[in-house]
Design a protein around this ligand. Structure first.
Ligand code: SF4
Length: 208
């Protein structure tokens, strides 16, 4: 019985790895490498506190030097733009340019997006939750940031209503108000343990 569990665990892990290999193999498109596509996608999904080279290095599980080279090549090719951070004058924030957004419209990862869309909403939610937990487990084992979004984060304050002049949502970690659109962006400061009701309603509201 235990052996059967072990073999299905290994088969599941192989399937996850196979999806990763497919995503990597589909990455050599339009003159960009898989690492450059990963960076472009990351900066399109990351919140304003996480659009830095060091946060991308953490996300991509690579060194700061390697991440810096990837980012530099994307800036030189006009896919990303670099702006001095308003919060911290020593660091720079990277934003996706119009050229970058146009490239992402033809993202080779769309093949996996299509495969996800072919699942039922219930299967998608279960898969998302299971994969999130797996990513967090691996991040924890490697002593890395788990990354995640506000609705599942311990630091999110507010429930969308304006009380005593406070903004509807705030980040308790950085003491900054949050726009509703930012709740669905990936964050390097994420800590699991958020409001499950908000997480549920956020997942239900997300477009099909
Ligand atoms: S609430 Fe959490 S996920 Fe959202 S910005 Fe703050 S630290 Fe990041």
């Amino acid at each position: 019985m235990i052996e059967k569990h072990e073999s299905s665990d290994r088969a599941l892990a192989e399937l996850v790895a196979q999806l990763g290999r497919i995503a990597y193999g589909e990455g050599f498109v339009d003159g960009l490498t898989p690492a450059q596509w990963t960076a472009l996608r990351y900066y399109a999904r990351a919140n304003r506190f996480s659009r830095t080279v060091s946060a991308f290095a953490e996300f991509h599980a690579t060194s700061r030097g390697t991440a810096s080279q990837t980012v530099k090549s994307l800036v030189n090719q006009g896919y990303l733009t670099r702006t001095r951070s308003e919060r911290d004058g020593r660091s720079a924030r990277l934003d996706v340019t119009e050229k970058g957004k146009a490239a992402l419209a033809g993202d080779p990862l769309e093949i996996l997006v299509g495969a996800t869309q072919a699942l039922s909403p219930t299967a998608r939610m279960s898969l998302e939750s299971a994969l999130e937990r797996m990513v967090r487990y691996v991040a924890q084992e490697h002593g890395r940031c788990p990354f995640g979004m506000c609705p599942s984060c311990l630091h999110l304050r507010g429930d969308g209503s304006c009380v005593e002049g406070r903004p509807p949502y705030e980040c308790g970690f950085l003491d900054e108000p949050l726009e509703e659109a930012e709740l669905g962006q990936v964050c390097v400061n994420f800590e699991p343990g958020g409001n499950s009701a908000l997480k549920r309603s956020f997942a239900e509201e997300r477009p099909e």
